[in-house]
Design a protein around this ligand. Structure first.
Ligand code: AMP
Length: 428
């Protein structure tokens, strides 16, 4: 199948060809005709599947007949509204709209919080057909009367699961109350939770269900490696992995802002070019860091989940889970940063004995067992085992005498690590 078979216009096909896309991805092949037909859709698709073009291209096609070069704001009402959970995702979706719509006289704008509202208000007052927004800032604009949502024909909720996780449901309800009842609603979510289904039931009309990968499934383009490493040795393991495997660029995930900040500082001290993005950094700092990473000026980008959400970096071959996420769905999102659009990727997780629970939760969610291996020289809690345990031995350990479930870390538990195995106080 080619893009030309999907009912898009010549102007849009030209923009797609200029991106070098030759074939629609599975989500695009299903979503584009459905959106063009005016149907609501409920799509389970992770980032990396091409979902952004899957909704942007047909929306632009639907808006095209009224596209115009008039200077009058009244001629440019908001006709498509795209809600995203984070500033970064909003920015990236906004870039896609501009890219795919570059041969059309349609205006688009991106609004998110954490930056001066005035330039955004001026842009909105001049009129835009496609508005990409995070929910809170959009409501600020509604209150300031810089935007009117009564002419919206298509609403997209992108990464809807994350918007719910982040507590945006009340804002979403307020926004939906401002939109015409007679509209098209497209709901994209990496996972289909009962809450997402409820949202769909409430706000969609018999949506077409599109699932390109099985629920919570990780892409088979991504090789998942799990290494058992004690907490205090993770930094050394990371440094060795990056050096030995000559990893050119990697995103490293930490669970906390503080952890991300500290790790990036430590990595710089170790001689790497590294920086971090997390919620405590300003929007300008985050954009600048991301740009440096994309330009290849940084080797290691240390990120927390919220800051990294929706990051779209072409050809990122590696991601590392420095901390295992506490929410297993985040594992799917994190490793989805690599192996995008058909490319191969490697996701490495460094798992400490303390993190077995998180690992078990991830395996349950992805319905896969993830074999744990050790890295030579970094075997966790080697003593009192005399011989180096094989990865298989680590994986199939015997029942602990206490009757607790077997550990996959040599049968050892956090509190059993003898004091002499702990790092010197300065390194803790
Ligand atoms: P998304 O899932 O929307 O975040 O897109 C993931 C990546 O796939 C982006 O870098 C897009 O530029 C790229 N992409 C989207 N559609 C295609 C396509 N049909 N062929 C190749 N790459 C694509």
């Amino acid at each position: 199948m080619s893009f030309a078979d999907l009912g898009l216009s010549e102007e849009i096909l030209r923009a797609v060809a200029e991106q070098g896309y030759t074939e629609p991805t599975p989500i695009q092949a299903q979503a584009i005709p459905a959106v063009l037909s005016g149907r609501d859709i409920l799509a389970a698709a992770q980032t990396g599947t091409g979902k952004t073009a899957g909704f942007t291209l047909p929306i632009l096609r639907r808006l095209q007949p009224q596209a115009n070069n008039s200077h009058s704001p009244a001629m440019h009402p908001v006709r498509a509204l795209i809600l995203t959970p984070t500033r970064e995702l909003a920015d990236q979706v906004g870039d896609s709209v501009k890219l795919y719509g570059k041969h059309l006289p349609l205006r688009s704008s991106v609004v998110f919080g954490g930056v001066n509202i005035e330039p955004q208000s001026r842009e909105l007052r001049a009129g835009v057909e496609v508005l990409v927004a995070t929910p809170g800032r959009l409501l600020d604009h509604v209150q300031q009367k810089s935007v009117n949502l009564s002419r919206v024909e298509v609403l997209v909720m992108d990464e809807a699961d994350r918007m719910l996780d982040m507590g945006f449901l009340p804002d979403i309800r307020r926004i939906l109350a401002l939109l015409p009842a007679n509209r098209q609603t497209l709901l994209f979510s990496a996972t289909f939770s009962p809450e997402i289904k409820k949202l769909a039931d409430q706000f969609q009309k018999t949506p077409l269900l599109i699932e390109v990968a099985r629920q919570n499934q990780t892409s088979d383009q991504i090789e998942q490696r799990v290494h058992a490493v004690e907490l205090w040795r993770k930094r050394a393991v990371l440094a060795q992995l990056v050096r030995k495997q000559k990893i050119p660029q990697v995103i490293v995930f930490c669970n906390t802002r503080h952890g991300a900040e500290k790790l990036s500082r430590d990595l710089i001290r170790d001689g790497f070019s590294a920086d971090s993005i997390h919620g405590e950094k300003s929007q300008q700092q985050r954009i600048a860091t991301l740009a440096e990473f994309k330009e290849g000026k940084l080797n290691i980008l240390v990120a927390t989940d919220v800051a990294a959400r929706g990051l779209d970096i072409d050809q990122l071959p590696f991601v590392v889970n420095y901390d295992l996420p506490n929410t297993p769905e985040d594992y799917v999102h994190r490793i989805g940063r690599t192996g995008r659009a058909g490319a191969k990727g490697i996701a490495i997780s460094l798992v400490a004995p303390e993190e077995q629970k998180q690992l078990a939760a991830i395996e349950k969610l992805v319905k896969q067992s993830l074999p744990v291996s050790v890295i030579d020289g970094f075997e966790p809690g080697a003593a009192p085992v005399k011989e180096k345990p094989s990865p298989a031995a680590l994986f199939h350990t015997t029942q602990l005498p206490s009757g607790e479930p077997p550990s996959r870390f040599g049968g050892r538990r956090e509190q059993q690590i003898p004091a002499l195995l702990l790092p010197p106080r300065s390194a803790r």
